[in-house]
Design a protein around this ligand. Structure first.
Ligand code: AMP
Length: 235
């Protein structure tokens, strides 16, 4: 049996969290829980939450802590997350959200917090080239010659620039990251759960670094997962 994992991926917008979370969720067979994706789904469905969140998101602001903690508590109580764990992407984003998460996970604490470190100048370049499928959320990089919208290779949906990837909204989000989210690095360092991973490398190399970091925590931290070790014959 593949051991599960309870992970948080921190990092600036455009650091590659979305892409890496998809790979990590397949690798550990855990759900990828992205609060940004959950809010975008609510916007598409036109729910009261979506209507409220759209305005905040388009301006590059943050949705209220209490609402976000409530949404995540509900999601983490589902059987897949309880049974296998999860990878959290985009949450927590503030210290009050991290406090809320500590309460939610008191019985089954987080294994590791991975900080995917990519400098601000580089993420700005990446975000301006970022395109995303409106339907399934797959990320693409614009090459400057493609006619938009493209058709998504994964689901056939329209691939366009995100409504909140305008230069003003991006700059506001990056400022908010420094103000509200960067303090979480120290928060989790104090809890002894933080691992900083240099995110300036190819997608494959960053993935290798992230999985190596998680293996390290699985080896060194006591975990409550049941792990079946299969003996493999080595030639
Ligand atoms: P993301 O896809 O993670 O960049 O999230 C897109 C937008 O959704 C953010 O700019 C926020 O407006 C909102 N959002 C996502 N996650 C959170 C969160 N944990 N707390 C507050 N707002 C959030």
């Amino acid at each position: 049996m593949i051991p599960g994992a309870r992970l948080i991926l921190l990092g600036r917008q455009g650091a590659g969290k979305g892409t890496q979370c998809v790979r990590l969720s397949r690798h550990f067979v855990v759900p990828h829980i992205s609060t940004g994706d959950m809010l975008r789904a609510a916007v598409r469905e036109g729910t009261p939450l979506g209507t409220m969140a759209k305005e905040v998101m388009d301006a590059g602001g943050l949705v209220g802590d209490e609402i976000m903690v409530g949404i995540v508590a509900e999601r983490l109580a589902k059987p897949d997350a309880v049974g296998r764990g999860y990878i959290l992407d985009g949450f927590p984003r503030t210290v009050p959200q991290a406090n809320g998460l500590d309460d939610i996970t008191a019985d089954r604490p987080i294994d590791a917090v991975l900080d995917l470190d990519v400098p601000r100048e580089l993420v700005l370049q990446r975000i301006s080239a970022r395109r995303v499928c409106r339907d399934c959320g797959t990320n693409y990089v614009a090459g400057g010659v493609d006619k938009e919208p493209w058709i998504c290779d994964v689901c056939g949906g329209d691939v366009t620039q995100r409504d909140d990837d305008t230069p003003e909204a991006v700059s506001r989000r990056l400022d908010l990251y420094e103000e509200q989210t960067a303090p979480l690095i120290e928060y989790y360092e104090r809890q002894g759960r933080l691992i900083v991973v240099d995110g300036v490398a190819s997608t494959d190399e960053v993935f290798r670094r992230l999985t190596a970091a998680v293996s390290y925590t699985h080896l060194t931290l006591p975990t409550s997962y049941s792990v079946e070790i299969s003996v493999v014959a080595v030639p």
